[in-house]
Design a protein. Structure first.
Length: 176
């Protein structure tokens, strides 16, 4: 697939809006911000998400307890291919997810996973959101341990980022 430069120029605002939608998904999921996550999906969406299939409300109900049981979670969006077809877009986005798990025996473990979001987004009015999503996991690695935050990051005693609404970003930024 090669997209002519003139077509990209004509689609630039839509392409940026699509990318922003993907980033809202990551922030909503990582910060456990249900309102932010809802802005990434149409209410009638279908998300096929590694053991879950349903709409955004079902995704929140299913995923937030899982992600909330983790000390940290971070989704990073990488390569994004976009093909716009009028008010619909086919989008493949590579993701890299990092999670710190609390294991039943009281220990902690880090998991790194990567894969792709295979999405159909739809533009309604002037807004792009996910209508259909398939999560494809291509790779993962689970470590038997996790970093010891009590010793600080590189010797620096810092607090890790938090969740909605306590994360410092909610005090400093107006993103929604």
């Amino acid at each position: 697939m090669t997209t002519p430069t003139s077509q990209i120029l004509n689609e630039l605002a839509d392409r940026e809006a699509i990318k922003e939608c993907l980033y809202r998904y990551s922030r909503g999921m990582d910060r456990l911000d249900a309102d932010m996550l809802r802005t990434a999906y149409w209410p009638d969406c279908v998300d096929d998400h590694v053991g879950f299939v349903g709409d955004v409300e079902g995704l929140i109900e299913w995923s937030f307890p899982i992600v909330g049981s983790m000390d940290q979670a971070q989704h990073i969006i990488g390569n994004i291919l976009i093909a716009i077809h009028g008010n619909s877009a086919d989008v493949e986005s590579y993701f890299y997810g990092i999670q710190r798990l609390n294991l039943p025996d009281g220990t902690k473990s880090d998991v790194v996973a990567s894969g792709r979001y295979v999405d159909t987004l739809e533009k309604r009015g002037d807004e792009w959101r996910i209508l259909k999503r398939l999560v494809v996991t291509d790779w993962f690695r689970q470590y038997p341990d996790s970093s010891d935050w009590s010793n600080g990051f590189m010797g620096l005693m810092i607090e890790p980022g938090g969740r909605y609404p306590d994360d410092e970003s909610y005090k400093r930024l107006k993103l929604a």
